[in-house]
Design a protein around this ligand. Structure first.
Ligand code: GYE
Length: 319
């Protein structure tokens, strides 16, 4: 600031409260958010959380939907850089390939916040913080639930896996965490594993293929999100089998659709992954603008819901 402007600002500051909105009034913080898409119930709740909490926080939100395509997200980030927004936040659809655009943001001195999904980059100066769940732990919770459930069953226990979007942090980590737990006992076997891209339609389609290939051999389905599990439930019913009984189903997210499926006895358990990241994001954005230091990693607290507690928990669910 020029010396004269500093003096004007100083003189105006104490009067701020008494004055009507004038040119001295602070401009709202502008946040550019590049969303993954609208692939699941989780994502819809996440978008809603970000939009409503921006409004509440008085933050001017620029929002874009990349339809699950990295190139679209990169374009959106570039346009936020060109618009000189105050902060950029995004949920990276996949883990790799972000360096170039993030260096551009860094050179433009625009801080970047990662929400929900992480990137895999050695350069930690490319973003200020990562707010989101511990996906590996979610995978472990799913694995531990299964180990406990199948205690006393000699096996073999044949598992089919519906993976999330190829190369995405939740797909990579939920697989890793689950395998880490079940590999302790060789009776557990993953006989098929394929991506269903986190959508109901793909989940159904891939489950149909699994059923065609393996039929009654399948004992367990592990789906990386509820939407794919819900799609698969349909495929299982259409094949004349009982989801939740003939095939044990484990999924992740804990969205309302999963609770409904659990109450109907068709889904055995859902590991919680909270999409309600908006309020945390807005407070971090404000802290960054105020020059406060923020932790490099902010982990979301979560639980696990077996079908036995679904009816009791359902009224408390917010997404
Ligand atoms: O589990 C899935 C969504 O990144 C945690 O993305 C998120 C995942 C979530 O499509 O439903």
């Amino acid at each position: 600031m020029k010396r004269r402007n500093v003096l004007v600002a100083m003189a105006a500051a104490p009067l701020g409260a008494m004055l009507p909105l004038t040119s001295f009034a602070q401009k709202p913080i502008v946040l550019g958010f590049a969303q993954v898409g609208a692939e699941s119930e989780w994502r819809t709740a996440n978008t809603e959380s970000i939009k409503s909490s921006a409004k509440e926080a008085g933050i001017d939100l620029k929002f874009s939907d990349a339809q699950q395509k990295q190139e679209n997200q990169i374009k959106a980030i570039r346009s936020y850089i060109a618009q000189k927004v105050d902060v950029i936040a995004f949920s990276p659809v996949v883990e790799t390939g972000w360096e170039t655009v993030l260096v551009e943001a860094k050179n433009a001195k625009i801080p970047v916040v990662l929400t929900d999904r992480a990137i895999s980059s050695k350069d930690e100066t490319l973003y200020v913080t990562f707010i989101g769940s511990d996906f590996t732990e979610e995978g472990r919770k799913a694995g531990r639930w299964l180990v406990e459930k199948e205690k006393g069953n000699a096996g073999p226990i044949n598992i089919v896996e519906l993976q999330g979007t190829v190369g995405s942090a939740p797909a990579i980590d939920r697989k890793k965490g689950f395998e880490e737990i079940i590999k302790a006992d060789p009776k557990f076997k993953i006989i098929r594993s394929q991506t269903g891209d986190f959508t109901r339609a793909k989940g159904k389609e891939v489950m149909e293929a699994f059923l065609k290939a393996e039929g009654k051999k399948i004992n367990v389905l592990y789906a990386h999100n509820d939407d794919m599990a819900i799609g698969a439930i349909q495929a299982i019913e259409e094949a004349g089998m009982k989801p939740g009984k003939d095939i044990i189903i484990i999924s992740v997210d804990g969205v309302k659709g999963a609770f409904e499926a659990m109450m109907a006895g068709k889904l055995n358990v859902s590991v919680e992954c909270s999409p309600l990241l908006g309020p945390q994001l807005m407070s971090v954005v404000k802290d960054i603008k105020a020059g406060k230091s923020v932790p490099k990693r902010i982990v979301t607290q979560e639980s696990i819901f077996p079908m036995e507690v679904a009816a009791k928990e359902f009224p408390n669910r917010k997404y």
